[in-house]
Design a protein around this ligand. Structure first.
Ligand SMILES: C[S@@+](CC[C@H](N)C(=O)[O-])C[C@H]1O[C@@H](n2cnc3c(N)ncnc32)[C@H](O)[C@@H]1O
Length: 230
């Protein structure tokens, strides 16, 4: 990182969009369902009440992958409105399909870099919860700069949380879990809901695809839950 660390973070992406194969169902979902559930960065700030047609606490999930767990969560918590952000086209197609099949009305989707969404579409102190489950661990040292959970990005996240809002992270990669604990522990105006240095005991969260894979490989899973105190 050079002296303008923030600039470097802006140009180093936390993801690689692979030309993964889309199923016909996923492609059709993007073509047909996007107008119903899709949000665009260029449309600017999301007005939650207007977008969802009702006033409810707003939850943002970054990197929902295939999206099954986010749809399950939104269905289980109808009193909250959810926004999911993902760059992986098959995942976006899949979540649109699931969304339509389940018929829930409290979830909208961005197909975009979460950094752009945060900056241009989410008003300061407007979110009740931000969740990032199993962000890419970027195992190799030369790729650590691609990891999402770093001080600059965490400041961006906290600037979008309402007072008392929650930041919920999970990972199955122990060295990344340690990094998350250090970064969140040192962040301004964040307090660990479970006590300094403690992992969260979370029983309600539906398992994600990536988590299931990690558990099959014998990885332990760490959750972290922090509250914005600003
Ligand atoms: C390891 S996967 C985990 C997916 C899902 N949360 C799960 O647990 O199954 C991480 C996901 O984050 C997405 N991602 C990484 N950086 C992102 C960014 N800046 N904006 C949006 N999505 C991002 C990737 O495309 C990928 O699908």
């Amino acid at each position: 990182m050079d002296s303008s660390g923030e600039q470097v973070l802006r140009t180093v992406k936390s993801f690689v969009v692979r030309a993964g194969r889309m199923t016909n169902g996923q492609r059709e979902a993007i073509e047909n369902l996007w107008p119903l559930y899709g949000l665009k960065v260029e449309d600017g700030l999301v007005e939650g009440d207007e977008e969802f047609g009702c006033k409810a606490p707003l939850v943002l999930e970054i990197g929902f992958g295939m999206g099954d767990s986010l749809v399950a969560m939104a269905a289980a918590e109808p009193g909250l409105n959810f926004i999911g952000v993902e760059v992986h086209p098959p995942g976006v197609g899949n979540i649109l399909k699931c969304l339509h099949e389940t018929g829930i009305g409290n979830l909208r989707i961005f197909k975009a870099d979460a950094r752009d969404v945060l900056e241009k579409c989410i008003a300061p102190h407007s979110l009740a919860r931000i969740q990032i489950y199993f962000p890419d661990p970027w195992h190799k040292k030369r790729h650590f700069k691609r990891r999402l959970i770093q001080p600059g990005f965490v400041d961006e996240l906290t600037s979008r949380l309402e007072s008392g809002g929650l930041l919920h992270l999970a990972t199955d990669w122990e060295p990344y879990a340690q990094q998350m604990m250090e970064v969140l522990g040192n962040a301004k105006d964040l307090e660990n809901v479970f006590g300094e240095g403690c992992w969260a005991e979370v029983h309600k969260r539906p398992q994600t695809k990536f988590e299931m894979r990690g558990r099959r490989l014998g990885h332990g899973v760490r959750d972290l839950l922090f509250r914005y105190t600003g």
